[in-house]
Every structure is written in C-alpha cells, then in structure tokens.
Write a new protein. Sequence first.
Lengths: 365, 259, 297
Amino acid sequence: MAFLELNGVVKRFGKNAVVDGFSLDVEEGEFVSFLGGSGCGKTTTLRMIAGFETPTEGSIRINGDEIANVPPNKRGVGMVFQNYALFPNMTVRKNIEFGLKVAKWRPVEIAKRIEEMLSLIHMEELGDRYPHQMSGGQQQRASLARALAVRPKVLLLDEPLSALDAKIRAMLRTEIRVIQKQTGITTIYVTHDQEEALSLSDRIVVMQSGKIEQVGTPFEIYNRPATPFVASFIGNLNILEATVVDAGLGLLSVEGQKVFAAGPVTGGPSVKLSLRPEMLSLEPGAPEANALAGTLDSVVFLGSIVRLGIGVGTREIFLDRFNAPHLALPAVGSRVSVAFPRQACLVTASDAPLVGLGAVHAKAV
Amino acid sequence: MRARRGWAWLWLFFGFLYFFIPLLGTFIFSLHGKRGVLSFAAYHRVFSDPQFLETFGFSLQMAVLTIIVGLCLIIPTVIWIHLRAPWAKPVVETFSLLPFVIPPIVLVFGLIRMYSSPPFQLVSSRLLLVAGYVVLSFPYIYRSVDAGLRAIDLRGLTEAAQSLGASWGTIMFKVVLPNMRVSLLSAAFLTFSIVIGELTLAVMLAWPAFGPYMALVGRDLAYEPAALAILSFLLTWGLIGLIQFASRRMAGSALGGTH
Amino acid sequence: MTSIPAGQRGARIARPSSSKRPWLGIVPFALFALAFMILPAGSLLVGSFQDAEGAFTLGNIAHLFRPDILKCYLVTIEVSAVTAVAGGLFGLLLAFSVTLGGLPKGIRSGLLTFSGVASNFAGVPLAFAFIATMGRVGMVTVVLKTVFGINLYEHGFNLYSFWGLCLTYLYFQLPLMVLIITPALDGMKKEWREASESLGASKTQYWLHIGLPILAPPLLSCMILLFGNAFGAYATAYALTGGMLQLVPILIGAQIQGDVLHDPNLGYALAFGMVVVMTTCILAYTALQKRASRWLR
C-alpha cells in the first residue's frame, strides 16, 4: 500500500472533465511533480488532494485512510501557494505559530518549533518581519516553514516559484529539495516549468487535458518519452518528415537520404522522425550510426550552449553543443555532416501532434 | 460554500427590499393624482406647471455653465500636473477632499460672508452660484479626468505626437481629448446630476432653481412631490447608469453626492 | 517626407517639458481654490472668533457649549453614528454577499451600478420618496394598516423623527459603504482562507485571527467616512423634517437665513465646529486607509 493513493479520480465541471481518470501511487518520502501546460488539470488534482475541490469520482487515500470526504482543515496536508498567501497581519513568527496554536501545541514546544523552522529556512533574524517588508523569495520560504511546522503528512506546492525571478527561482528550487530530503516528507509539486520538474523530482507525472501522459523518473521521461506529446513537451525536438523504405529494417528516407531507426518501424508509409538537438554531432559517429549531409546556415550563441542551424534538403535542423572558448566551428555556408546514433531516432505516426524547433520552440508552454 | 451562498442571497434579498420598496411605493403614490383611479395626473400637473419649466431650465443653465467652467478649469490643470508638475498632484488631490470637509451648508455660509460686501459683492451674481457648484462637483470632475488621463497614458501619447511634430493645440484637440470621451462624459453627467437637484446653495443664495422648487412643491402639494421624486430618480438613474456602464472599463467610480 | 529637425520648423511645435516655471499651470486652479474654497472657509474661521463689532472674542466658541447647542451636536452625532454603524454593517454584508459570497458576476455589477446611482439620490427627492412610502399616508403605512392591520404610527413610528431620518439617510449611506468597501473585500485573497484551512483552522478561527483583523482598518475607516457624510448633510434633513429636528446643519442654515435667534457669529462658530469634526474624520480615514492598503494590495 503506497502512502498516497489516487484511484480513478475524475473532476467534472458540468460536462467538462477537467481531470479524467487520474491514478497514481506515491511512496512515503517521494518527491513527485505534476508537469503540464495550463488547463491540463495538474492544479485541480492538487487541490483535490488538499480538499479545496471534491472529486466527482474516484478515491484519494493517505496512509490507507480515505480522505475524499474529510474537510481540508482535518487532512493534515500542508500547502504552499504561488502567491505565498502569508497572513499579512502577522509576522513570520506568528505565521509559523498559527498552525501550531490551532493544533494546541504546548507553548514551550511551539517556541522551540518556531526556532527550528526559522533555522531550517535560514531566516533566523527575520522572524519579526511582516510579509510586506520581505522579498518574494523570503515570503515563499516563510510560507514553506509555516506549512512544515505542523508536521503534515503530505506537502503540496502549487507552482511556488512562478512569481519569482529566474535567479531566485534557481536558488530556492534547490533549497526546497534540500529541505524536503531533510524532513523526508511526501511531496507533490505542480509546475509548468520542465527544468524544475526534471531537476527536483524522484518521479514526474506529465499531464495533458486532464489525463496522465506518462509517469516516470526524469531520465525516463526525457530519454524514453512514451507518447508524442511527452516527446515534444519535454526538451527540444527536431522534427523531420520521412518515408518508410523498409519497415522491417527500420530504413527511412529523409530528404532523400538514408536513415536507420533503432528497430523496425510501424505507422508507414509516411512517418515523423524526431531528433534531440544534443544527440546530433558534427564529429563522425560509429560505423553503424546515421549521417545526414547538410549546409551550416547559422550559429547562435545561447550562453553555455551553442546552437547550430543546419539545412538538410528543404528542412532546417538544430544541433546543440557545449560552448568552449576555443570552439572551432566550420564556416557558415560550408557543407557539414550531422551524425547521430540509431537509438536517437524517435519515430512517430505522421499525424501525431508534435511541436518542434524551427517553427515554435518545443519547450513547455 | 453552499451555506455561504445561501446567506449571500438572503442579504441581497433584504437589500433589494430596502432599496426597491421606497421606489415602488413612491411610484404608486405618484399615480394617485386623481381621486379613485390610478393615473399620471400628478405628472401632467407637474409638467404643465410653468414654474417647473422655469426652474428646471434655470438649473439646466447652471449645470451647463458649471460643466463648462469646471472642465475648462480642471482639464488643463490635471494635464499640466501629469506632464510638468507631478509634485502638485498630492496637493490638488487634497483639494478634492475639501468639499467633504467643507459641506455645502458651510461653504455657502463662507461664500456669503466673503462676498456680501464690497469690493467683491458677488453674492447676488450667478457667478457665485456657478463657482459654488464647481467647488461641489470638483472631486467628481477631477477623479474622472484623472482616471481618463491615466488610462490613456498621457505622457506616452503627447511625446509620440511631439516627435511627429504636432503643436499643443493639435495634441489637445486631436489626440488627448478624443481619447477621453468616456471620462469627460462621466464628469459632465455627474456634474449635471449634482447641480440639477441641488438645494443648499440654491436656497441660501436665493435662486429660483429646481431644488428649491421641489422643496416648495413638497410643502404645499401631496402627490406631485412623489412624481418629482420619480422623475428625479429616473433622470439620475439614466445618466449615471449610462456612464457607470460605459466607464466600467476604466478605473475610478463615483462616490457619494451632495445632500 | 523630408525630416525637419524639431527646432527649426517654427514656434508652433510643442517643445518637450521645460522646467521653467512649472508652477505656472497650477495658477488658475490655485486662484479658484483660494477664492472659493480656502478664503471662504478662512473667513468663517475668523468670524467665529469675532463678535458683532468685529473684535476678537472667544464668546462664540463658548456659546457652542450652551446646553441647547450641545444637545444639537449630540443629536447630529447620534444620527451620524447610527447611520454610520448601521450603513457600515449592512453595507458590508451586502458587499460581502457579492464579493466573497459567491453570487453570479452579473449581480455584482448590478449592485455596484445601483449603488453608484443610489449614493447620489439624496436630498429633496429622497425625502419625498420616503414620505410617499413611510409617511402618515405613505404606501407602506397604508398597506400595513389595510392589509395587515398594523398601524405603524400608533406603534410609535414617526418618519419625521430621529429614527425616520436615520432610515432615510441609510438610503445613501448603504450604497456608499458598498462602493468603498468592495475594493477592500476584493483584496481578501482566497488563498489566505485556504492556507488557514490547510493549517487546521476552522472558519471561525480564520475570521477571528485573520479575516477580521485584516478587514478592521478599512471597515472602520469607511464607517468614519459615512459618519462625516451624514454629519454634513443638509438637504435631506431639511426636506424631511422642515427644520423641526435640531441638527447642526439645520441650525447653521437657520443662522444664514436669519431666524429669531439670528446670531451670525454663532453661526460661524457652528460652521467652524463642523469643519473641525469633518477634518478629524478625514484624517482618521486617511490614516486607517494607509494601514489597510499595506495589507490588501
């Protein structure tokens, strides 16, 4: 029996199923992210675990106890909101103290716990500040401390970093994971930012239109996407049209050139071939690797990554490589050969909805 | 949430009763002009009273004058503040609170005291009445104009027009004012509704305005006052309802009135 | 089109803001405010310290403490306080029902539009409306008598009295409250309630420790505004009670029009006293609003 179980959870507003058959088992101490675009149902599912929405169908169990009919203030579930939601009329200390007083802890225990929490979030000197006197990052840390103080069974975070700027986000993200590991609390983290999901989670649940597309570790989700949606939602993709020459051998023809997939292919005669930009290389690969001939059209410097635009026939593909100060690249306009292993080929049916580089950046929307 | 919604409907219902019953009662009362039958006789009598037209016409004149003077005074001032003297904004805003601190009854007292004797013997001049009305409607005109200017990003528009070579006249009449139509209308209608029914200044300065006329009617007649009340409410409702509807897209809503 | 440098085309072009004499544009308004707001108020202030010959005296101020004048102030304060609290509480409930109460959006905008109209519907027409409804032969009075057998006036109700005036004043106090408290209610984030629930608090605990403390400053400040609003009201009281009810504005009006006890200097003192009351209100209101905006933004 898993610590947190969701079974066939459905939420309908009128005829519209915002969450459609969500089932998930979360082990104690696990950090699971719900990842998807807006409207995919991730926040609604989270709010059903918290108790702010009631499921139309299905069950939610914490430690074996069915909680779908338990009011939110009796579930023992801690929540951190996108806009921090600190009580403005109270200092940080009083905010943290609130849940403890409600739970009727003894004053001595309360005082001790508050100090514990303040040092956990490294805000020992800011205990007597009011929310409007603090930055966004500080408020969110205080909000985290407040949620953890009462030792909830499950911690829920609803896009906690969306309202902060990039630098703070990266810093706070790591802090949250460190604190989670320290306290060992089962955590559900909702986000639309794949970098957050990939870097923080033990497992990721990718969602679209109220349904689960895939559940897996970050490595699995990225390298072995189960559906076309997951493939295009996570990371970047080059998408090329290909015709199947020999389905059993996995031989495809792309822009008039030969490409071998890792195994037999289905869904012919026209398919889509997707390639991750970082799997491509200008160096020659192994003998059985694929190679596409093209022209180097553009070099874009993105910081740590250099993105090369290479024209192959009528299409443009992008190749990502690490930046180095002494980078020696061919001149723009020269002929190049793009190598990639057979395992890098992701073949999908021609009508599968994919978004790739070239038209729109294939990052999370 | 269900229980809360139940209470919400309940309070709304009580509120509705309190606001609606007087209106309904007044309307029915006003239909009693002719004995034994419900009719608009009281309304006929009101409209055929020459005094009604005279005093309404007078107040109408005063309202138009007030609108003109008020807008001509306040629009340039607010534009100036936005563009060249932002430090003056808190000062002018404080002035918009003055008509609350100096209610009409006190204002008229002060005006009479100051302007009853030479060299500024204005007390029997319409100028003084209009000036008083401008003071009363100042907060509303100011708030409308200010909200309208903020909504159109005055600085951005004028700088764009300047970089295209426009003169101040062109900027004012072809760029700024046309974009403020809603807030100007709002200011005008609010001022209108304040001046039309205004009593305190008109009575104390002894002018044959609509407000004193209504008070007089109330003293002598029974059903005509009710008819006047309904007409007045319809007029106010019509005007303000219109601008509330139009200006709901803009910030700043009307507050209070003169009593 | 050939580009012509801005400085060369001629004097007509609007130049970017120069800092020469930035106060110039304020002058017309300043003169107006001076002539028709500040100086008249000032002259009242001066007059309240003068006697009939123009010499300095504190006698007028002393007169303010005469028993009959004091009673007048007391009644005015009572009316203002009653309508401020009643209007405040009922206005809060109404505003609450359309913001946090979960009613459809259309109802909210309907109520706000109506409040915008009703808060302006004061003075003579309002008095007439209440006379036509709750007066001795008003519609409601008659209906209660003929249909329900209840004789209002025999039971002690009188529109032309303190309570009748309060009832009438509520008609513009309530909408004013709805208009000014709605933004504050909108600022109450629903996440505060949810956060408190996730921490184990009940509805009562939320309101006691979080909701009411946050709402208290704007609530109080709005009630103070309502107080001032009622305190300075003249037209409604005049049209309803014809000067029978002794309120400070009515008394001032009587001094202006020259009644039996015609004493303009007393009038000035009364007016001055009123300005003091109103200024206190507005200062308290501003101070409390500052506190409120810090939390509800």
